[in-house]
Ligand binder design. Sequence first.
Ligand code: GTP
Ligand code: MG
Length: 182
Amino acid sequence: LLTEYNRATEKLFKVIIIGDPGVGKTSFIRRYVQNAFRGDYKATIGVDFALKIVRWSENQTIKLQLWDIAGQERFTWMTRVYYKEAQGCIIMFDLTSRNSFKNAVKWKKDVDSKCFLEDGAPVPCMLLANKCDLQQREVDQWEIETLCREHGFIGWTETSAKDDLMVGDCMRFLIEIMMKYN
Ligand code: GTP
Ligand code: MG
């Protein structure tokens, strides 16, 4: 009986995080899970995993299995395998890199062509504009707004893994959406 009770109050979600190399995917996850930040860049090889346990309410615990997928092209041939059965997706770009912003659309199309929810609906994707702590921006807010709308993202926000801006907030938003879909 106790096991049944626990099962009913615990949910597991697989979330993938993708985007160009160096945009800050690993840093975002490190901030969210360990509340830490490192200034040096060590490219992810293939994929890394992290688990975040969220106390959602008094009787609801959520386990997030975070798949931190390498942005470097020599690893992306495996993405179909990594995306499998994802229930949520984060697509990240770097506000100081116009190229990474353009490529967010490529990443969105990649997910939508390879991966679906159980009922065939597209996987809910949130767009994150990271490194908002930096001054030298190459992308305007209205451009992000437009891209977000035209390509079917569930929403977007600026984030900073470095200064811990909007990291927890956007994850709460994504969890709320995944709770509705599942
Ligand atoms: P790949 O694993 O190659 O796909 O890259 P990634 O997207 O995981 O990037 P990573 O998190 O390794 O960060 C790349 C670099 O950007 C590192 O030097 C980080 O310190 C830096 N960085 C990440 N997030 C931020 C941020 O919010 N602000 C600033 N200023 N730098 C950041
Ligand atoms: Mg990485």
